[in-house]
Write a protein that binds this ligand. Structure first.
Ligand SMILES: *Cc1c(COP(=O)(O)O)cnc(C)c1O
Length: 333
């Protein structure tokens, strides 16, 4: 198992996140049992998967003596919101470059949800059109902040660099230890795939532990399956290299399903709406409209289609993103 203790880290989680069974929902599934890994149940900023990456990204920023973090994302980015919160917590100044990627101009989308929280966490938000010049603006902010005597650290989209992905190598190790302790065998670990770092980190972690990268599987919500698989493979390989591991990954080690993305990133699907409602009304748990809602819709459909056997246990990663629901009020009306 890979040793993560040599990588600088700013602690943002309170120990392992719980694994829980979806008891009421499972009673309707004909013998397949879904368990959830509660990465939404994390201590800072409303919680979510990006905190695991930010532990290592902010650790890296601190090691480089940075005092300001810049990151980029879509207008309702959960990664941007959690970067703002983690920066507030750890004492960094934070600037967010947010693109109007999703074709929505209504007040809920533009000003509620994550955007409201970005402001409360004290981040500076730069508003860019869909095809705005991100690299240009980031370069300009680096220069301006340097003139003020600040040292800037850049965190990539979704925090999905080899450094950030160490957070999901750590999660893979947690899952190994918890499933052993709970006496549970899982057929798969399932996640949504946006910027691919979560799946890549899990794949690298399970490859390094000897279980194999294909133990993890994702549902693409940003690019199509083929492109998402390629990006995930590249980041997983970078992560293994960063770990100093010589485990090799093949193309077919990375399992990505692209059938639940609908018309594109941030655009609601009927499956997502049904999944969010079912999880909320049967378990009291919140999925989100952009990522985990579509992934859970995919998992439910695969179970219905007989892709799992009676007696199989599946572990679904709850990645957070509930603030996004407030930006998607109209999708549930
Ligand atoms: C970012 C995000 C994901 C996807 O994680 P990636 O590492 O970007 O693939 C899933 N769920 C939620 C709620 C997210 O915010």
């Amino acid at each position: 198992m890979a040793d993560l203790s040599r990588f600088p880290r700013v602690p943002l989680l309170e120990g392992p996140t719980p694994i829980q069974e979806l008891k009421r929902l499972n009673a309707t599934l004909g013998g397949v049992r879904i368990f959830v890994k509660r990465d939404d149940f994390t201590a800072i900023g409303g919680g979510g998967n990006k905190l695991r990456k930010l532990e290592f990204l902010l650790g890296d920023a601190k090691a480089q003596a940075a005092d300001t973090v810049i990151t980029v994302g879509a207008r309702q980015s959960n990664h941007a919101r959690l970067t703002a919160a983690a920066c507030a917590h750890a004492g960094f100044k934070c600037e967010l470059v947010l693109l109007r990627t999703v074709p929505r101009e209504d007040a809920d989308y533009v000003n509620n949800g994550n955007i409201l929280l970005d402001d409360l966490f004290g981040a500076t938000v730069h508003d860019l059109p869909k095809d705005g010049d991100v690299a240009g603006l980031v370069a300009q902010r680096f220069e301006a902040l340097a003139r003020e005597g600040r040292k800037v650290y850049f965190a990539p989209v979704g925090g999905s660099s080899a450094v950030g992905c160490l957070g999901y190598v750590s999660c893979a190790q947690e899952i190994e230890a918890q499933s052993e302790r709970m006496g549970l065998k899982f057929a798969n670990v399932i996640t949504a795939n946006g910027s691919s770092g979560t799946h890549a980190g899990l794949a690298a972690g399970f490859a390094a532990s000897g279980r194999g990268a294909a133990f993890s599987k994702s549902y693409a919500v940003y690019y199509d399956a083929e492109k998402t698989r390629g990006i995930t493979l590249t980041i997983a390989r970078d992560t293994l290299k960063h770990l100093g591991s010589d485990v090799a990954l093949a193309e077919n080690d990375i399992l990505v399903d692209g059938d639940h993305r609908g018309d594109g990133y941030g655009i609601p699907t009927d499956g997502m709406r049904a999944a969010v409602r079912r999880m909320a009304s049967m378990e009291g748990l919140l999925l989100d409209p952009v990522y985990s809602g579509k992934a859970f819709a995919g998992l439910l459909r695969d179970i219905r289609a007989g892709k799992y056997r009676r007696g199989d246990n599946v572990l679904f990663l709850m990645t957070g993103g509930a603030p996004g629901l407030f930006a998607y009020r109209s999708a549930f009306a």
